[in-house]
Design a protein around this ligand. Structure first.
Ligand code: ADP
Ligand code: MG
Ligand code: MG
Length: 250
């Protein structure tokens, strides 16, 4: 599904990604871990197409189609979903109305009519039941006074509603409490299917106690220096990142 080959990316001439190779197939959950500043969020941004990063070398493709020239919106319409790191507050716009608009915008960009109201309601009901989100939450103003856990719940709900081919969840350092952690993990576990792929980026081994990834990759200084299965995450929990750094510099 996603194929990244020898990807080098910079921001303002500072080299950040230095030769990433990664293949993610439908049905898989990949965890990307690594110390602060190793380039995890940059990788997510470059896949999503954020324009402040320059691709210097290498390729990114989704189902065989090159992405490098596409704007973030176009990538989103092709089924790439990146969780929002700093969710905006939109007073007066409810969780439900925001997602309805997003879905219809996306359909419009693909030349489709608005989703019929009854189909939309059915989808909302289905996804909110799956994720155990109550009605009251759906009629709250977007992000207004949301707790950390509620922001995560909204993010996971958006992801569920958009039904992306590839979802990237960047769990930044911003205090994921145990509640938020469970919400994310529960959502990922419920939304994984043979047709989609999920990349979970995390600094915390803890998250992977709840999500069992098929593959774990460790990023260090802009490169994937080690890949493995869930056991690698346990090893990291035990030994920290220093041994990886040492191995990487030999
Ligand atoms: P991680 O998510 O693994 O903590 P980041 O991708 O956020 O790492 O950052 C990797 C490196 O790129 C860091 O050295 C960081 O300072 C730098 N960086 C990230 N974003 C920017 C930016 N907008 N401008 C300048 N440097 C940046
Ligand atoms: Mg960071
Ligand atoms: Mg980050």
């Amino acid at each position: 599904m996603l194929e990244i080959k020898n990807l080098h990316a910079s921001i303002e001439d500072k080299k950040i990604l230095k030769g990433i190779n990664l293949e993610v197939n439908a049905g898989e959950v990949h965890a990307i871990m690594g110390p602060n500043g190793s380039g995890k969020s940059t990788l997510a941004s470059v896949i999503a197409g954020k324009e402040e990063f320059d691709i210097k070398k290498g390729t990114i493709s989704l189902n065989g189609e090159d992405l490098e020239e596409l704007a973030p919106e176009e990538r989103a319409h092709k089924g790439i979903f990146l969780s929002f790191q700093y969710p905006v507050e939109i007073p007066g716009v409810t969780v439900t109305n925001f997602i309805k608009t997003a879905i219809n915008e996306s359909r419009k960009a693909r030349g489709l009519e608005d989703m019929p109201a009854n189909q939309m309601l059915k989808l909302i009901r289905e996804k909110s039941e799956l994720l155990e989100i109550d009605r009251k939450f759906l009629s709250r103003s977007l992000n207004e006074g949301f707790s950390g856990g509620e922001k995560k719940r909204n993010e996971i709900f958006q992801m569920a509603m958009m039904e992306p081919k590839l979802a990237i969840l960047d769990e930044t350092d911003s205090g994921l409490d145990i509640d938020a952690l469970r919400i994310v993990a529960n959502g990922v576990n419920k939304l994984r299917s043979k047709d989609n792929a999920i990349i979970v980026i995390t600094h915390y081994q803890r998250l992977l106690d709840y999500i069992v990834p098929d593959f774990v990759h460790v990023l260090h200084d802009g490169k994937i220096v080690k890949s493995g299965t869930k056991e690698l995450a346990l090893e990291l929990e035990e030994k920290g990142y220093d041994w990886i750094k040492q191995e990487a510099t030999v």
